[in-house]
Design a protein around this ligand. Structure first.
Ligand code: ADP
Ligand code: ADP
Length: 237
């Protein structure tokens, strides 16, 4: 479903962040991207959601070539990728429910959110997702009244409300304690299986990656140095 072929990224500063990356992410697969700081993990995720433009190569999501998109088609395609962030990126003064809905409605929804006018189907689906992530008791709480784990559950529900074709997850547990980190990784894994969603998870915690990913890709100075199941990962990576 997602295929990167010969992807290179060189920043204008001269930093070579990715070199000749070939990867295919099938439906339903949870791929953990590991590697030391500066290895190119964020750059790879940003090339897929096109916050960064690759210098060379092809990135296809189903039938769409992502590297050639711009304007309205780029915005449209970006919405088919669910983003989950380390710092959750919630709007503090909005409620849990409003935060989930704000993702689906995008920029237009920002104004709609003031008017409290949401499409009925979106509200029903948001409620269902909040039930799935275990937050129905907190629908009306402001985002800034939640714990880190709860905030990440809101982030996950928000990403799923757009019915994404894949999830791009940037250090989802870096701000969480170990037990909550495992709960969040388990939840992401279960949701990917239930919805046959592929996920790329940028994560520095190798033990968590091994426990919850189907596949591990190790990056080092912009190159893939490991690609295989968690059981085959050795300490040399
Ligand atoms: P990671 O996420 O694995 O820490 P990054 O993708 O952030 O790695 O960085 C890969 C390389 O690209 C590093 O050498 C980094 O300094 C460089 N880099 C990242 N972002 C930029 C940028 N916006 N401009 C210039 N160089 C960058
Ligand atoms: P991460 O490793 O999670 O990407 P960093 O602290 O490396 O976090 O990067 C934070 C921000 O700085 C990112 O937006 C990244 O693109 C940018 N950045 C990283 N390295 C460089 C660099 N060498 N020159 C310019 N910007 C950079």
């Amino acid at each position: 479903m997602l295929t990167l072929s010969g992807v290179d990224k060189r920043y204008p500063t001269g930093d070579r962040a990715l070199t000749n990356i070939d990867l295919t992410l099938p439906k339903g697969q949870v791929m953990a991207l590991i590697g030391p700081s500066g290895a190119g993990k964020s750059t790879l995720i940003r090339c897929v959601n096109r916050l960064v433009e690759p210098t060379q190569g092809s990135i296809r999501l189903e039938d769409t070539e992502l590297t050639k998109l711009s304007g309205h088609r780029l915005r449209h395609t970006r919405r088919s990728m669910g983003m989950i962030f380390q710092e959750y990126a919630l709007v503090d003064r909005l409620t849990v429910m409003e935060n989930v809905l704000s993702g689906q409605l995008g920029y237009v929804g920002f104004w709609r959110s003031f008017l409290r006018r949401y499409p009925q189907e979106a509200v029903v689906e948001a409620f269902r997702l909040l039930e799935r992530v275990g937050l129905t008791h907190a629908l009306d709480k402001r985002a800034d009244a939640l714990s880190g784990g709860q905030r990440q559950r809101v982030g996950i529900a928000r990403a799923l409300l757009q019915s994404p074709k894949l999830l791009l997850v940037d250090e989802p547990t870096a701000s969480l304690d170990p037990k909550t980190s495992r709960q969040i990784m388990r939840l992401i894994r279960e949701l990917c299986a239930e919805r046959e969603l592929g996920a790329i998870i940028n994560i520095h915690d190798v033990a968590l990656a091994q426990q919850f990913a189907d596949r591990i890709v190790g990056l080092r100075t912009g190159e893939i140095v490991f690609d295989g199941p968690p059981s085959e990962l050795t300490n040399e990576i």
